[in-house]
Design a protein around this ligand. Structure first.
Ligand SMILES: [Fe+2]
Ligand SMILES: [Fe+2]
Length: 398
């Protein structure tokens, strides 16, 4: 059989590639020994012969029998445990608290004060818990709260995107917490970069760029200098988030698998947030344009597998996006989790003439009984929508 994906143990992978044609029973045993209880099989790529040795009669109580069950999935994800309605207000509070912490963190570093790691860790834990309950609530928030200051939101957004991607990739909570902390700290070194370079509106000169590139090493330096009680992996996320597999990154020009996995997730989220955020001098890209750009870095800057999984995690229509339907109606994307990337749960908010409805309707695009033949035509830039999509997350009012 052709194993397309071994799923959750991606970081501790038994193979060099994520997929492989299995011809021996012993190869399955190798997976089981690795703690892998479930794989995704591409039946189209599987071959009839050579056959695997006959397997013993399956016992339903034995999780390893799951190895034969699942077809290839489009969007492998985590079940939302609670509804968006119930999670959104909690996520909003956690986001607000983490944003305050992000501000305090930058202020402390500017004044050379000690970082309160336990406070940041507490916020990160809340983010991890929220993502575990319903991943879409926090990802909607980073889209909806686009008005906050980039200096403080960027690290937090990278943290949310990374935790969310990490969750999709099957990281454990402990790994997610390390990733969350590392990403919150990833750009701290920027406070030691002169303002005229950091905020220069035009293109940086080669010399300025060389100074700017120091920020990743400086982030790690700040964490080391303070002798913080954090895992070495946290410091590596900060130091290596600009490393790229072809060696073109910085500060250490690491290559390929030398780059720690968590730093790669931070790197992908970092590029995505930088491209999609509105800055003083340019409007942010739409999510699918940013993903297209990231896709172009596949194989040069980032491992192809990682890019694919990141794209799957973010989705083409992230929650909080405004979309135009094939009929011209406008809708806000509410939930994408566990759905095909093309058929999210949406709230239809205006008629084809742009007239907002006083009563909006939730529509599951994947259900023919609900979708009235609707499909998504395109993503509408927030400036063009004429309304604030956040107002349709009205259960946020608390
Ligand atoms: Fe950076
Ligand atoms: Fe960054």
């Amino acid at each position: 059989m052709f194993v397309a994906d071994v799923g959750r143990t991606w970081l501790n992978h038994p193979w060099k590639t994520k997929s492989r044609l299995l011809t021996e029973r012993s190869e399955i045993d190798e997976l089981i020994q690795f703690g892998i209880e479930e794989v995704y099989i591409d039946t189209a790529k599987s071959v009839k012969k050579p056959r695997l040795e006959p397997r013993p009669k399956p016992s339903l109580a034995d999780p390893k029998n799951a190895i034969n069950k699942a077809p290839t999935v489009v969007h492998k994800s985590v079940e939302p445990i609670v509804s968006m309605e119930s999670e959104f207000p909690k996520a909003a509070k956690a986001y607000g608290r983490a944003l305050d912490t992000s501000k305090a963190l930058v202020a402390a570093c500017r004044m050379n004060k000690r970082i309160e790691v336990s406070e940041v860790q507490e916020n990160v834990d809340e983010l991890v818990e929220s993502v575990s309950r319903n991943r879409d609530a926090l990802t909607a928030l980073i889209k909806l709260r686009h008005f906050d200051d980039y200096t403080y939101t960027h690290s937090l957004n990278v943290s949310v995107l990374s935790i969310s991607a990490g969750k999709t990739l099957g990281l454990t909570d402990a790994e997610l917490k390390i990733l969350g902390l590392g990403t919150m700290f990833h750009d701290l070194g920027k406070i030691r970069i002169p303002d005229n370079i950091l905020n220069k509106p035009g293109k940086l000169t080669d010399d300025e760029f060389a100074i700017m590139r120091n920020h990743a090493a400086l982030s790690a330096e700040i964490l080391t200098e303070q002798h913080l009680n954090v895992s070495d992996q946290v410091i590596k996320v900060a130091r290596f988030h600009h490393e790229r597999i072809d060696g073109s990154g910085y500060p250490d020009h690491l290559q390929g698998e030398q780059i720690p996995p968590l730093a790669t997730i931070c790197g992908l989220s970092d590029v995505y947030d930088a491209l999609t955020s509105d800055r003083v001098y340019h409007k942010g890209m739409l999510p699918h344009d940013a993903l297209k750009f990231i896709y172009s870095l596949r194989g040069t800057h980032f491992q192809p597998d990682w890019v694919d999984r990141f794209v799957q995690s973010v989705g083409i229509y992230p929650p909080g996006s405004v979309v135009e339907l094939n009929t011209g109606h406008l809708a806000v994307v509410m939930e994408v989790i566990n759905r095909s990337l093309l058929t999210p749960l949406i709230k239809v908010v205006s008629d084809p003439n742009g007239q907002l409805y006083s009563r909006t309707k939730l529509v599951d695009l994947s259900k023919p009984a609900e979708n009235q033949g609707w499909t998504i035509n395109r993503v509408v830039p927030p400036s063009e929508a004429g309304f604030d999509p956040a107002s349709f997350y009205n259960f946020a009012a608390e």
